[in-house]
Write a protein that binds this ligand. Structure first.
Ligand code: C5P
Length: 224
């Protein structure tokens, strides 16, 4: 079984409509900096008050003490899930984990906007797949709860990291989306079969007319 997370990459008004329309469904809502700041944090209360799971996605990467305090406030906000960059290093991850209570902390390896060229230019000798595995393995060994990864690498990571972890998988293709800028996508079924625990979907869902119907269809696929 996998769970569905909807990325609320939209403005406050549309986010409130979505929260209302999907009432009662078992979902995560992902809130990033745009919606969080533009709603002055108000959207978080809406999500919590309506019984959804909350995913605060700010991909923290800073000195250890600053990230520890960030995790403290994400905990206080009632988040179920949040993200930090594994490249922030051992001390940063250990400090973050000290504040963990209910919030699961998942690590970001290498952003998908980076490619092999970026690694070469930075003097990294690993190929991209090896580098992602190295970072993911380090993050999980240090005690992170999971990893954000693409549907194309989730099977490889699950096979090569001994400790169990939560795989959070964005980059899902579903229907047609205008202005699609993600090239390495997988379908919902493929992500699930390959080992995704939480799939993250944004633009392919949030502007649909029959959103509730679409979401219920996806939940059925994920719960099989
Ligand atoms: O493309 P889509 O709108 O479905 O993306 C949903 C969310 O997944 C976005 O909020 C984005 O931050 C995240 N994402 C990601 N890594 C990717 C693609 C999307 O973290 N490769």
């Amino acid at each position: 079984m996998a769970e569905l997370c909807i990325a609320l990459d939209t403005d406050k008004e549309r986010a409130k409509e979505i929260i209302e329309e999907l009432k009662g469904l078992n979902l995560f809502f992902k809130v990033g900096p745009y919606l969080y700041f533009s709603s002055r944090g108000e959207i978080v209360d809406r999500i919590n008050d309506n019984g959804y799971k909350l995913f605060i996605d700010f991909k923290f990467h800073d000195i250890p003490n600053t990230v520890r305090l960030a995790i403290r406030s994400v905990e206080e906000m009632g988040a179920d899930l949040t993200t930090i960059h594994i490249l922030g290093g051992k001390e940063m991850i250990e400090e973050a984990i000290k504040e963990r209570r209910k919030t699961k902390i998942v690590g970001v390896t290498l952003l998908t906007s980076h490619n092999e060229n970026f690694l070469r230019n930075m003097g990294v000798a690993y190929d991209l797949k090896e580098y992602v595995l190295k970072l993911a393995d380090a993050g999980i060994s240090l005690g992170l709860d999971g990893i954000v990864c693409s549907g194309r690498e989730v099977k490889y990571l699950k096979e090569n990291i001994k400790k169990p972890f939560i795989a959070v998988v964005p980059g899902i293709s579903y229907g047609e989306v205008a202005g699609e800028d993600q090239k390495r996508t997988v379908s919902i079924e493929e992500a699930k079969v390959k080992g995704a625990d939480i799939i993250v979907m944004g633009r392919s869902l949030i502007n649909r007319r029959n959103l509730r119907k679409e979401v219920m269809k996806i939940l059925e696929i994920l719960e099989l």
